[in-house]
Design a protein around this ligand. Structure first.
Ligand SMILES: *Cc1c(COP(=O)(O)O)cnc(C)c1O
Length: 385
């Protein structure tokens, strides 16, 4: 995704540019890696902050018919976007309060515990056409999922199994980013053993990182999330097939010159070591730039890395543009995330997932479909909105 240098008509609000074409390309690339296995796209948390409806529609257009969200509410929103023919699974499972939404939006609950199994079993027995479910078994994550005792119990209760009508048996990998971690093989073995106790049902184990563990981990469906959005999923990025699809563009609202010895921002945490040129940009921690990036993080200005100076504030961040080579002017943009995502995550001592989902609701979302546009279309795009 190329970076615009300035916006002819700009707003004080940051823009989250989501390249839907790239998300589709990432879907295709992951699909090519898994052969006959289906892809169930993880679009929980508003598609990792990028917009579940727009992303869901783009993936649906690419052929995706299975989606995973975390909650019933997310499922309902996605249903309105992708229409009646997509299977939408709710990872956190069924809860009494969500019954109406689950049934109304035809969502398929993932059954994570015997409590959920019994609750949903009773619901399924009393409604006409209960949705299919997925049975989630724990193989070492020790988060959600049936325990070995739960697997035994559900395998013996034929009537409950029939009421739940499971379409998939799934589990989740704890250590997949590192292929050399022995936990992966342990989980694979436990998954096979548990599945063998249950009625024959299609299986799913791998998230994005799991895809790179190879064919034995693919089974009949994989469930990528981060890889669709272009975040690095494994300790070996060079093996990965997807590319960044989301960029945060922060408008330069003011360019100012400060003298050596002056301080910048709240609490005066930055003291200018020399005369400096500062770009004040319209994006702050409310837009997902972590406060811990104060005086520490970096961003991109004209394809050059520049430093964040002073404390990141709610709506604004200050950038040291003293040495930037090209013109720095009001209406220009400073770029976060995108290709820079992994560096930002490292600097913020967090993971790329968190930086994506933190992008916040305030950004103007620009869903970019470059192929349909003329070569200079990005600028025109900016003017339109
Ligand atoms: C979030 C999630 C995924 C997707 O994981 P990625 O690492 O983003 O590919 C898959 N399965 C389950 C159960 C999840 O919670």
């Amino acid at each position: 995704m190329s970076t615009p240098i300035h916006q002819p008509s700009y707003s004080t609000r940051p823009t989250l540019r989501v390249d839907l074409q790239q998300i589709r390309a990432n879907y295709d690339a992951l699909k090519a890696r898994v052969g006959a296995a289906k892809i169930g796209a993880s679009v929980k948390a508003d598609a990792y902050g990028l917009g579940a409806v727009a992303v869901g529609k783009a993936l649906y257009g690419a052929g995706c018919r299975i989606f995973f969200v975390a909650t019933a509410g997310e499922g309902k929103i996605l249903r309105d976007g992708v229409g009646p023919n997509a299977a939408i699974y709710v990872l956190n499972g069924p809860a009494p309060r969500d019954k109406g939404v689950l049934l109304g939006a035809k969502l398929k609950p993932v059954i994570n515990s015997m409590e959920q199994a019994e609750f949903w079993g009773s619901v399924a027995r009393e409604v006409k056409e209960p949705p299919y479910t997925a049975i989630h078994i724990d193989t070492g994550m020790n988060r959600l999922g049936l325990t070995p005792d739960g697997v035994k119990a559900i395998s013996r209760d034929k009537s409950l199994w029939a009421a739940l009508n499971p379409e998939w048996v799934m589990s989740h990998l704890a250590c997949a980013p590192d292929a050399s971690n022995p936990m992966n093989k342990t989980q694979l073995q436990r998954f096979r053993q548990s599945a063998a106790q249950l009625p024959l049902t299609p299986l799913s184990l791998a998230n994005t990182a799991g895809i790179y563990l190879g064919k034995p981990y693919h089974f009949q469906m994989v469930r990528p999330g981060i890889g669709l959005y272009g975040g690095v999923a494994t300790t070996k990025p060079e093996q990965e097939v997807s590319k960044p699809a989301a960029t945060l563009l922060a408008p330069i609202l003011q360019v100012r010159y400060v003298k050596a010895g002056e301080t910048l921002g709240y609490n005066g945490t930055y003291v200018a070591p020399r005369d400096m040129r500062i770009a004040v940009v319209g994006a702050g921690y409310a837009d997902g730039i972590p406060v811990n990036q104060s005086n520490r993080g970096t961003a991109i200005l004209h394809d050059e890395e520049v430093n964040i100076v002073g404390r990141v504030s709610m709506d604004l961040t200050m950038i040291d543009a003293t040495d930037a080579n090209l013109t720095v002017e009001v209406g220009g943009v400073v770029v976060f995330r995108g290709e820079h995502l992994e560096a930002e995550a490292k600097s913020a001592q967090t993971i790329n997932y968190e930086l994506l989902v933190r992008l916040g609701q305030r950004c103007r979302r620009d869903y970019w479909k470059p192929k349909k546009d003329a070569p200079d279309a990005p600028k025109k795009d900016f003017r339109k909105r």
